[in-house]
Design a protein around this ligand. Structure first.
Ligand code: CTP
Ligand code: MG
Length: 233
């Protein structure tokens, strides 16, 4: 396959403080995870690997797969304790792909234009991540609250997913990281490429609407964005 998406849905959603993991909460009558799956299903992507929580494969099949006609899902695998464990599980389930699009299932407002920009950037550089320019001034602050520095805002970008890579490059980088047993403070896939990979990571334009549902305040914002997107369709 040329383009395979790895959609992550194995987190516990601790900051959301709800009974169900946030990927399964209903937004405008549809489970959150379905929004990004719908986009990948309708796009140029050839296959989708979904990574779900431990013991949740059956739940996902019964509640998501059986209610939807996803023709591109090639595997549903269990993730691990940390996000990078889940990504590694997804990467191992992708047997052949030229490019992988690693995406947080908690970002339901992704759109096909973002995927296309990612494809072009990854074809050029091998490692490409969605990002938007930081709008606020950012401070480096000591634990006691004292401000120590103000980085130049022109150099600051807020990073999103999808993060798109040549498959063999990101798989090699992850293999090296796991082999080295050195995965402290890894929060995204670009960091794995930066620390253990063989090519430089480049950014492509994301979208300010492509937010990650993290805390309960995000739910209202995302519902409104999704309503606007529905009207455009
Ligand atoms: N994720 C995952 N496996 C993990 C941790 C996270 O697949 N062990 C996924 C989440 O499902 C989410 C994405 O990675 O789609 C981004 O993670 P985050 O927003 O941190 O989600 P959670 O880990 O679920 O939330 P929290 O950190 O609040 O517990
Ligand atoms: Mg998390």
């Amino acid at each position: 396959m040329e383009n395979v998406a790895i959609v992550l849905a194995a987190g516990k959603g601790k900051r959301m403080k709800m009974d169900v993991p946030k990927q399964y909460i209903e937004l405008n009558g549809r489970p959150l995870i379905c929004y990004s799956l719908d986009i990948f299903e309708k796009s140029f992507i050839d296959g989708i690997v979904v990574v779900v929580g431990k013991g949740e494969v059956e739940y996902f099949k019964e509640n998501i797969l059986s209610q939807n006609n996803y023709s591109k899902i090639i595997a549903v695998v269990e993730g691990g304790d940390e996000r990078y464990d889940s990504v590694y599980g997804g990467l191992k389930a992708v047997y052949d792909a030229q490019y992988v699009y690693i995406h947080d299932g908690a970002r339901p407002c992704v759109d096909e234009d973002i995927l296309l920009r990612g494809k072009i950037c990854a074809q050029k550089y091998g490692a490409a991540i969605a990002a938007v320019k930081v709008k606020d001034t950012i401070k480096i602050v000591h634990p006691d609250g004292e401000v120590s520095a103000t980085p130049d805002r022109n150099m600051l970008w807020q990073v999103q997913t999808p993060q798109v890579f040549k498959y063999h490059l990101i798989k090699d980088a992850y293999d090296k990281m796991i082999c080295a047993g050195n995965s402290v403070n890894i929060t995204d896939d670009a960091m794995v490429m930066e620390e253990f990979g063989s090519v430089k990571v480049h950014i492509f334009e994301g979208n300010y609407n492509n937010i990650k549902v993290t805390t309960s305040e995000d739910i209202g914002v995302v519902k409104n964005i999704l309503k606007k997107y529905e009207k455009k369709c």
